[in-house]
Design a protein around this ligand. Structure first.
Ligand code: ZN
Length: 199
């Protein structure tokens, strides 16, 4: 029986060690991508380690990565070690024609330092974009749609909305307001000291 708990480690270095040991036990090579500059919380080496199990010509690949959000790597690493150790899984790969690719610690810095972000304070899962294109503007006004150039324009839009019998997100202040008022709690009603327009 698989000892699941022992697949999980209390820190990055320990997790990496378990991953390497599990690969070695299967005689699988580990492709190490060492971090060029950053070190772990105790000065340890940081790396993205890759292992492939199963036939390299397999028609399908099961790709399992861990620690995109560094500190969450404890769980993913344990699962990867478990997949490597599990005889049933390993036998099934061959039977199903599936190769298993495990990428251990996509963000090893965050894993070791218990941070979601990497050494550049970048959240890898929020910066997954094509940097060949220029980044979007950070100016919040850039997201505003045009069309509200002057008061007359706003008035025309409001007239248009008024012609909609049941515009989404709108309610009639004459017919709907009492119903909405009933739906609200007594405390909520008490805070409505000012009557809504049209009431
Ligand atoms: Zn996450």
């Amino acid at each position: 029986m698989l000892d699941l708990a022992s697949a999980f480690a209390p820190d990055y270095a320990g997790a990496r060690e378990k991953f390497h040991a599990a690969a070695a036990a299967r005689s699988l090579a580990v492709e190490r991508h060492l971090h060029p500059s950053a070190r772990g919380v105790t000065g340890e080496e940081l790396a993205i380690d890759v292992v492939m199990a199963g036939n390299a010509d397999a028609a399908a690949v099961l790709f399992v990565s861990s620690a995109m959000h560094g500190v969450e790597g404890f769980c993913g690493s344990g699962c990867q070690v478990g997949l490597l150790r599990d005889d049933v899984v390993q036998a099934a790969l061959g039977l199903c024609g599936v190769a298993l690719v495990l990428v251990h610690a996509v963000n090893p810095y965050g894993f070791s330092h218990l941070r979601r972000t990497n050494e550049d304070n970048v959240d890898l899962n929020r910066n997954f974009r094509d940097f060949r294109a220029p980044p979007p503007s950070n100016d919040p006004r850039a997201t505003l749609k045009g069309g509200y150039k002057d008061a007359a324009h706003v008035a025309r839009n409001m007239e248009l909305v008024a012609t909609m019998p049941k515009a989404p997100g709108l309610f009639s202040t004459t017919s709907d307001w009492p119903r909405i008022g009933r739906m609200l709690s007594a405390t909520m009603r008490a805070t409505m000291s000012v009557a809504p327009p049209g009431a």
